[in-house]
Write a protein that binds this ligand. Sequence first.
Ligand code: SF4
Ligand code: F3S
Length: 342
Amino acid sequence: MKSDDLTLGQESESWSLPAYWLRRGITRRGFLQFCTAMAAVLGLPPSFTGRIAQAVVSARRPVLVWLHFQDCTGDSESFLRATDPSATDIILDILSVDYHETLMAAAGRQAEKSLHDAIAAHQGKYLAVVEGAIPTKDNGIYCTVGGRTALGIAKEVCGGALATLAVGTCAAFGGLPAAHPNPTGAVGVQEAVPGIRLINLPGCPMNGVNLAAVVVHFLTFGALPATDQFRRPLFVHNDRIHEKCERRSHFEAQEFVTEWGDEGHWRGWCLYLMGCKGSETWMNCPTVRWNDGTNWPVRAGHGCIGCPQPYFWDRMTPFYTKLGRLKRTGAILPEEFPRKPQ
Ligand code: SF4
Ligand code: F3S
């Protein structure tokens, strides 16, 4: 995709982001640390820090609408519950978030009007974020907002967007609502609204740092990042968890935890026998981590459950059974996606 393929919806505003951040206690040093961290997440050398900083402070603020469907709001929580100042603070200041049911003060008809006004005023120029699966059975009646089905809203909003970001495994692949027997016919955005410009950011929940990095990539290069066969950014999903796991040396030495709380568990040995799915899961958790980089599931002592993989609720369960014993395991093949109805 060429850098001139994407054009943002709003003109530059007269207010100065750096001055605003200073008033909020985000220093120049803190901002540059953010830009350096974003370069690292994107797999870029530190020399890109200046270019990212320039792009972020001079960006035209993209209009963003954030839709909630069959979800637990875990992705919004993941994005918003970071310490201060965080990547989230900076990204929320860069974006013009015109509709987000969890964040906005408006309710009822007022809220619906906000959504309508935002997409009407910025047709083809705004970013849509979708959180949650979309039920399709019985004309999508199992999830409605303001009297309209999630399916109808998604078709209108995502269909008119510059690009759509499906955050969390539910929005990307159907997630928990689509787990067998999938009573509501839940699917991800890709199946509900085919043919749109889409980035999937799966995970249960998605990592807010990765969402921030997609936005920064968009602002810096004027394009969405390169993706794999599941439309997941390669900078997030290029490596298996297993490849960069800090317990890997114990896997190689055949040192395994065999019972929760045993000596191997205390010593940080490999969790493969306890059901870790890290060898079949592609995600940057070992390097980006969670909670401002303090920890991630395997380091905390729990195996990876394969949360960013398509249909992990069906394919990676039982979660505490080792991979080799699962009947249906392994990476889903491109030709298997989207999954045929069972
Ligand atoms: Fe691989 Fe999981 Fe063992 Fe880490 S804990 S080395 S990801 S099997
Ligand atoms: Fe999910 Fe595994 Fe990371 S369960 S959060 S991909 S360690």
